[in-house]
Design a protein around this ligand. Structure first.
Ligand code: BG6
Length: 450
């Protein structure tokens, strides 16, 4: 396995800890070749690997860490210099099925892929790439064209780590393994669907990267759209691996492209002082959207999406809200507390159903109660461990399909091409005040509690 960008942030936070866990679980036995521009010696790389594993894991198994050290090699050089790839080819030696992980800025993808081809490294190889896949529909198509000119489509794995999360897989499982859901999972019963992805921290030194992407490209066009797809798709029929990809694509195509009135963009005060950020940056660190799905099942049901940096909590939560009963038999005003299904994706994982029950006592008055269908504290398996393992096995089920990545851009392209007004918000608030007046779910936003 070859990791481009082994000294970078993504490798430090996600890839190296995942490789360590794979070693620990006996799932990684092949050499790992790190490639980076830094001129590091083996000792430095070892220290980096150790720091990365220690900062991700509480109980580090020294034997597994040593096994990982044994597997790691390093190739240092510029990604634009052909000699880096000659060196890589030598280090790959007689490798029969190399897999290349591009944990590098998207602007470098095409150059690296072409050089992998020219140097012969790519022969019989597989490729893992990280989002964002392009910057818009056209660039995504161009990127796919370049990748496809070097690798077979079945050998390309586009990672959206949300698809490897236990909570997301559980959502998919829950939807299609329970017969009681299907009769109510449509416009007749569902009033609205709401997704909040809140982070109580900023861009954490990634200002230059974030300036290139902004909130919509960073997490909405991929992670959160993928959640909508899982919530809204039709039941896959037939072979799950193929059918899942087909149904996801179908529903992605049915999501209506955004219009200016469906978006509120925000920027936290202080963002422009971050390193790598322009003084007059117009990049959004927050966005609230209203989306619709053009289908019989979902016609007229609004999907509200809200994501941002420096919000009051760190949590991701989905609320599927059902219409209130048609008539208030007990004359109570419970407009804000109708039935719902709540999917908590992080920091803990839960599926809960909201319902009304009577408060004990002589009056026919109710209270809100939650029935927990499932609850756990953490992911059993890290998404990156699951996804890297799947890519090495050649299993495409949890990866983003080529055409779906392109089509997903069509949904957000109109508001990226002509960005709407930018509003400012204070750190640790729920975004700009304009959200309440412009993009507000019928029952108000659900602020996840932690
Ligand atoms: C990444 C984004 O894809 O996802 C980050 O680039 C974001 O900006 C992260 O913080 C969130 O992932 P998770 O798994 O912590 O919710």
């Amino acid at each position: 396995m070859v990791v481009f960008g082994i000294t970078g942030d993504l490798s430090f936070k996600k890839i190296i800890p995942a490789l360590y866990t794979m070693v620990r679980h006996g799932a990684l036995r092949v050499p790992v070749i790190g490639v980076a521009r830094d001129h590091w010696g083996p000792e430095q790389l070892r220290d980096r690997v150790r720091d990365s594993v220690r900062s991700a894991e509480r109980d580090v198994d020294e034997e597994s860490l040593n096994q990982l050290f044994e597997l790691v090699r390093f190739v240092s050089g510029d990604y634009k210099d052909p000699s880096t790839f000659t060196e890589l080819k030598k280090t790959l030696n007689s490798s029969k099925r190399p897999i290349f992980y591009l944990a590098i800025p998207p602007s470098l993808f095409e150059g690296v892929v072409n050089k992998l081809h020219d140097s012969g490294c790519a022969d019989n190889g597989r490729l893992i790439i990280e989002k964002p896949f392009g910057r818009d529909y056209e660039s995504a198509r161009e990127l796919n064209r370049v990748l496809g000119s070097v690798f077979d489509e079945e050998d390309i794995f586009r990672i959206d780590h949300y698809l490897g999360k236990e909570a997301v897989l559980n959502m998919l499982y829950f939807r299609f393994s329970n017969s009681f859901l299907e009769p109510v999972w449509n416009r007749n019963y569902v009033q609205s669907i709401e997704i909040t992805m809140a982070e109580n921290f900023g861009v954490e030194g990634r200002g230059a990267f974030y300036e290139e992407v902004g909130c919509i490209r960073d997490v909405i066009q991929n992670h959160l759209l993928n959640l909508i797809v899982i919530l809204a798709m039709e039941p896959p029929a037939g072979r799950i691996d193929e059918a899942l990809i087909d149904e996801k694509l179908k529903i992605t195509k049915a999501i209506r492209p955004l219009q200016a009135g469906d978006v509120v963009r925000g920027q936290f005060r202080g963002y422009r002082d971050e390193k790598g950020v322009a003084e007059s940056s117009q990049v959004e660190t927050f966005a609230a959207l209203r989306l619709f799905v053009n289908s019989w099942r979902w016609e007229g049901v609004p999907f509200y999406v809200r994501a941002g940096k420096y919000l009051p909590v760190h949590a991701t939560e989905i609320m599927v809200r059902f219409h209130r009963p048609p008539y208030a038999v007990f004359q109570e005003d419970h407009v804000n507390q109708s039935n719902y299904i709540r999917f908590r994706l992080s920091p803990n994982i839960a599926i809960a159903m909201g319902s009304r029950i009577k408060k004990p006592g002589d009056k026919m008055q109710g209270k809100q109660n939650e029935l927990y269908v499932s609850e756990s504290i953490v992911d059993e398996m890290m998404p990156y461990e699951r996804l890297i393992g799947d890519a090495m096995e050649g299993d495409p089920t949890l990866f983003t399909d080529k055409v779906a990545t392109e089509v997903a851009w069509r949904i957000v392209d109109p508001v990226l091409a002509q960005p709407t007004e930018l509003f400012f918000y204070d750190k640790y608030s729920w975004g700009p005040s304009e959200v309440e007046s412009r993009i507000r779910p019928p029952q108000g936003w659900n602020d996840p509690k932690v």
